[in-house]
Design a binder for this molecule. Structure first.
Ligand SMILES: *Cc1c(COP(=O)(O)O)cnc(C)c1O
Length: 431
C-alpha cells in the first residue's frame, strides 16, 4: 500500500505550487498605482479613497461607502453609528473572528453571543429572538467563510423588534444571497479588505449603507477632516449635514482616526476591476476540487446549495467532517496526515467560541473595578460552557482546505489524490 507521509512514506504532493495559492494577484497596474501615490506624496489624503468609495458603492449597489484603515475600525464606527452605547447589548455569533465582537466592548456595551447553525456556520436565526432585551441595539451577522446568512429570518426578527442589522461581510465580498449581494442585506455592512481576504488591498476596510444618518455618524466618529476641518493639509471638506454632528465639526467624536491609507485605496481601484473575474475563477476551482472528492463519505464542502446563493471568492474554504462516528480529536489527526502529504492550510476550524473567552467575560476594559460585560449592563448575559454547542464543537467537525486561486485541474488533482490517499487509510491514522 501507498505508505502515508505521516508514517514515513513519501509525500503525495511534492511541489508547493506557489502560483496556485499566491494572493492577491498583483500586476504592473497595481505597482504603478502604488508608486503614483508614493511619488505624489498622497499617502494621507482622501481624494483617491473617495474615488475608490464611489466605485465600491456602485459595484455593491449602495448609496454610501466609507473607507477605513481596517475592518475592525469599520465595525466600531458602524456600531457607534447605530447608536450603541455603554450598557447596550449586541447580538453576535459566538464562532467568528474576534473583530466582529470586540468593538462592542470599546463602546462599553456587551455582547450576547448566539450559536451558529451547524450546516452554514452562520448565526442561527432561531437562537436570536430570545436574547433580545430592552437594551439590544444591533444584531451582527457574519457571512461565515463566504456563506450567506439566513437574512430573511434575521431581518424579520430585527424589524419586529426595531433593531439594526450589521453585516460583517469580511468573508463574503461578492457572495450572493437570493441574487442580492452580501453587504446590502442589512442596515449597514462592513468588509475587511486586508491582505488575506478575498478582496485584498492591504490594511483596509469599508463601511456600506443606504442610511444617510448611519453614514454621517460613522463619518463624525472617525473622520475629522471630512466633517469640515480646515488645516494646513486638508481643505474644508464637509461631507455631513446633520446639525447635531456639525456642532462637533473637525474633532472625531470617538477620538479615532479611521482614514484609509491611500496606497491601499489606489490598489483597491485596480483590484476592483478584476475582482468579479477572479472570484469566478476561485468559484470554478473550488467547485472542481470538491466535485473530485464526492466519493469520500466522511467529508463534504461548506458551500451553499440554495437557489441564488453563492460563496463569492471562497475566502477561507472549509469542509465538514462527519465526526459522529469517530472519537474526539479524529479531525486533528486527519489534518495532520493531509499536511504531511503536502496539502497546505489544512487544520481544524481556526475561530473558537468567543462566549467562553475571558476577554468577553472577565476583562475590565475601563478599569472601574468591574468586568465590562456587567459594568453598565441591565442584566448579565455572559454564558458558560454548553450555551452555544455548535460553536463550542466546531474544531471537531469543521476543517480548512486549500484555497485554489486558479482552476487548473491537473494541479488540483494532486491535492485530490492526497485526500484519497489519506481517507483510504483512515483506520490506520485513527488507531
Ligand atoms: C478579518 C476580519 C475582520 C477584521 O478586519 P481587519 O481588516 O483585519 O481589521 C472582521 N471580521 C471578520 C469576520 C474578519 O474575518
Amino acid at each position: 500500500m501507498n505508505k502515508l507521509a505521516l508514517f514515513g512514506g513519501s509525500k503525495f504532493v511534492t511541489d508547493k505550487h506557489e502560483a496556485m495559492f499566491h494572493w492577491p494577484i498583483v500586476t504592473e497596474e497595481d505597482d504603478a498605482a502604488v508608486l503614483d501615490v508614493l511619488h505624489k506624496g498622497l499617502m494621507s489624503g482622501t481624494e483617491i479613497t473617495k474615488k475608490f468609495e464611489d466605485k465600491m458603492a456602485t459595484w455593491l449597489g449602495v448609496k454610501y461607502a466609507l473607507g477605513y484603515c481596517n475592518g475592525t475600525s469599520g465595525i466600531l464606527g458602524a456600531l457607534w453609528a447605530c447608536g450603541v452605547g455603554a450598557g447596550d447589548e449586541v447580538i453576535c455569533p459566538s464562532m467568528t473572528y474576534w473583530a466582529s465582537a470586540s468593538p462592542v466592548q470599546t463602546l462599553g456595551a456587551v455582547v450576547n453571543f448566539a450559536d451558529i447553525e451547524k450546516d452554514t456556520l452562520c448565526i442561527d436565526p432561531d437562537d436570536i429572538e430570545h436574547r433580545i432585551g430592552n437594551r439590544t441595539k444591533v444584531i451582527i451577522v457574519v457571512h461565515y467563510a463566504g456563506q450567506p446568512c439566513n437574512m430573511d429570518k434575521i431581518n424579520a426578527i430585527a424589524k419586529k423588534h426595531n433593531i439594526f442589522v450589521l453585516e460583517d461581510a469580511s468573508h463574503a465580498q461578492g457572495s450572493l444571497y437570493h441574487g442580492k449581494k452580501c453587504g446590502t442585506l442589512g442596515d449597514v455592512s462592513v468588509m475587511s479588505l486586508m491582505t488575506a481576504k478575498s478582496f485584498a488591498i492591504g490594511e483596509a476596510g469599508m463601511l456600506f449603507t443606504d442610511n444617510k444618518q448611519i453614514f454621517e455618524k460613522a463619518m463624525s466618529y472617525g473622520f475629522y477632516e471630512r466633517t469640515g476641518a480646515v488645516s494646513e493639509f486638508f481643505k474644508s471638506d464637509n461631507q455631513i449635514s446633520d446639525p447635531e454632528l456639525l456642532k462637533y465639526a473637525g474633532v472625531p467624536l470617538g477620538g479615532f482616526k479611521h482614514r484609509m491609507h491611500q496606497m491601499s485605496s489606489a490598489v483597491g481601484l485596480i483590484q476592483l476591476k478584476y475582482f468579479d473575474e477572479r472570484s469566478a475563477e476561485n468559484d470554478k476551482a473550488m467547485k472542481y476540487f470538491w466535485s473530485q472528492l464526492e466519493d469520500i463519505p466522511q467529508i463534504k464542502p461548506h458551500m451553499t446549495t440554495e437557489e441564488g446563493c453563492t460563496m463569492g471568492g471562497w475566502y477561507y474554504p472549509l469542509g465538514y467532517f462527519d465526526s459522529k462516528s469517530y472519537q474526539e480529536g479524529a479531525l486533528k489527526k486527519i489534518c495532520k496526515a493531509l499536511t504531511a502529504e503536502g496539502v497546505p492550510s489544512c487544520s481544524p476550524a481556526k475561530n473558537k467560541a468567543l462566549h467562553l473567552h475571558p476577554a468577553f467575560n472577565e476583562l475590565d476594559l475601563f478599569r472601574v473595578g468591574k468586568p465590562t460585560a456587567i459594568c453598565w449592563a441591565e442584566r448579565d448575559v455572559r454564558q458558560g460552557k454548553g450555551a452555544c454547542p455548535n460553536s463550542e464543537d466546531v474544531q471537531n467537525y469543521v476543517f480548512s482546505v486549500p484555497w485554489f486561486k486558479h482552476c487548473e485541474a491537473q494541479v488540483i488533482d494532486e491535492y485530490v489524490g492526497a485526500f484519497h490517499k489519506v481517507f483510504a487509510q483512515l483506520d490506520d491514522i485513527l488507531k
